[in-house]
Design a protein around this ligand. Structure first.
Ligand code: NAD
Length: 485
């Protein structure tokens, strides 16, 4: 399967005519070829986007929304094909792609199509003190023009649409770059966008590597804003490139999230399942995964026993097999990183309570990049294992005595994306909720998402917020129009 760039409403080979291998993580075999594009392709895409901008921005919002609704319908009608491709490309269980990734991509498009139609801006009546005179201030929210959207490999179509949907809904033309590791579903979306009636140049998808395509998008003077999701290291590079060019930036970066379990928590089987899922869903390759599990000392041993019992029931296997809870890690490089982190945890003195090694699956997946769900204890919060983002199926258990200690451990990280709290005491939930240094705090739940709410992190987890009106604000420029009467 050879993928193509979408530029100016047409599918194009890259100017370089060269391609990157795209691997199926479950088998370690290449199955697709992704354009290895460069700055020449980005330039062509930006010029197409510039030409498309005035027409798209001037189109009545209902008509823009209609096209996004149509794109959502087209994806939904091919749910199975999208899910199969997403699973094959990323290694995630097919069942997860079918029930979470692709439906959420459809919801992202529908949500922002609906949101733009009902969005309103502010106005302020300025009194002069003399009846009959004064001014009306109207705050216009105008599209920025051409914007860049750069997304990672862990939730490929889910995060790609989370960016392009608000950007397009707000009237911008987009030059987007999906991860070169998982480019397939974005390429399929690109083809459907033509059928959905997006005018040529409104959505351009340029495939390729970060340092060539991503960097060229960020550097391009006509690109007014960049919405990026990915690692903190890449985010820092993008911020350094964008700052002297005064571009708007939204950065959604890494995390080292705590899940905090108090002795008074309702640890029903359902809640325990959610706590297990919060560590291992999508092989732990979700920025929101709780990789540090803080447990109050008075229940530590009993909790550990029940937790390990449940983790022990997780099945690692062929992503196509409906019984698999975990599939393969996304790439050989990532597999090597995760297994090296487990080795480092051992060196630091961590005790591996379960997992701790690669898993070999017989049959077609014999060469795949599988790692067993791994639980480690005995490491201080300042150990490297508890400080660096592993982004794999690895959870550390950390005991704490009281609320103050839990707070200190939870906040004792450079990251600040998401925390989850498990307690029956809502006063405590409120108290800690206000003091936890994270952009998102869940109480007695995890990854319960409402697309209207602000989403994003603090500290090294990023700047800016996505979701709801925050995303529409990001992709528009406020202009105050003051009319005196
Ligand atoms: P990454 O930073 O390696 O790559 C992300 C994207 O940036 C890719 O498309 C890549 O090609 C591109 N890129 C790389 N170098 C670039 C450059 N110099 N200029 C412009 N673009 C460049 O991240 P990844 O490994 O694909 O994704 C995993 C990371 O993403 C993890 O750290 C995870 O926590 C983070 N993540 C964060 C969120 C969030 O919402 N905060 C969500 C998902 C993933």
């Amino acid at each position: 399967m050879r993928l193509a760039n979408l530029i100016d409403g047409h599918l194009h080979a890259p100017a370089s005519m060269s391609y990157l291998d795209v691997f199926e993580p479950a088998t370690a075999a290449p199955f697709a070829h992704c354009p290895d594009s460069d700055a020449t392709d980005v330039e062509t895409a930006v010029q197409a986007a510039r030409r498309a901008t005035p027409g798209w921005a001037a189109m009545p919002v209902e008509q823009r929304a209609q096209r996004l609704f149509r794109l959502a319908d087209l994806i939904e009608a091919r749910l199975d094909a999208f899910a199969a491709l997403e699973s094959r490309d990323s290694g995630k269980p097919l069942q997860l792609a079918r029930s979470v990734d692709i439906p959420r991509a459809v919801s992202n498009l529908r949500y922002f199509a609906a949101a733009i139609v009902t969005w309103s801006s502010e106005s302020h009546a300025t009194e002069s003190g003399t009846p009959g005179t004064g001014a009306i201030n109207v705050t216009l929210r105008q599209p920025l023009g051409v914007v860049g959207c750069i997304s990672p490999w862990n939730l490929p179509l889910y995060l790609f649409t989370w960016k392009i949907a608000p950007a397009l809904a707000a009237g911008n033309a987009v030059v987007a770059k999906p991860s070169e590791i998982t480019p397939c579903t974005a390429a399929l979306l690109g083809e459907l966008s033509i059928e959905a009636g997006l005018p040529p140049g409104v959505l351009n998808i340029v495939h390729g590597r970060g340092p060539s395509v991503g960097q060229a998008i960020v550097e391009h003077p006509a690109v007014k804003a960049v919405s990026f999701t990915g690692s903190t290291a890449t985010g820092a590079r993008i911020a350094a490139t964008a700052a002297p060019r005064f571009k708007k930036l939204s950065l959604e970066l890494g995390g080292k999230n705590p899940a905090i379990v108090f002795a008074d928590a309702d640890l029903s089987d359902d809640n325990l399942d959610t706590i297990v899922r919060s560590g291992f869903a999508n092989q732990g390759e979700i920025c929101l995964c709780g990789s540090r599990l803080l447990v109050q000392r008075s229940i530590y041993e009993r909790f550990r026993e029940r937790y390990l019992e449940r983790v022990g029931t997780l099945r690692v296997g062929d992503p196509e097999d409906a019984r698999s809870d975990l599939g393969a890690l996304v790439s050989k490089a990532h597999f090597d990183k995760v297994t090296a982190c487990i080795t480092q945890a051992r060196t630091e003195g961590g005790r591996i309570l379960c997992g701790g090694e690669a898993v070999r699956i017989d049959g077609r997946c014999a060469d795949g990049w599988f790692v067993a769900p791994t639980v480690i204890e005995g490491l201080d919060n300042d150990a490297a294992t508890n400080q660096q983002e592993i982004f794999g199926p690895v959870v550390t258990l950390i005991p704490f005595d009281d609320e103050a200690e839990a707070l200190a451990i939870a906040n004792g990280t450079g990251y600040g994306l998401a925390a989850s709290l498990w307690t029956r005491d809502l006063a405590r939930a409120h108290r800690l909720g206000t003091q936890l240094d994270f952009g998102i705090v869940w109480v007695n739940c995890w990854m319960l998402r409402d697309l209207r709410t602000p989403f994003g992190g603090v500290k090294h987890s990023g700047i800016g917020r996505e979701g709801g009106v925050e995303a529409l604000r990001f992709f528009t420029e406020p202009k105050n129009l003051c009319i005196r009467y």
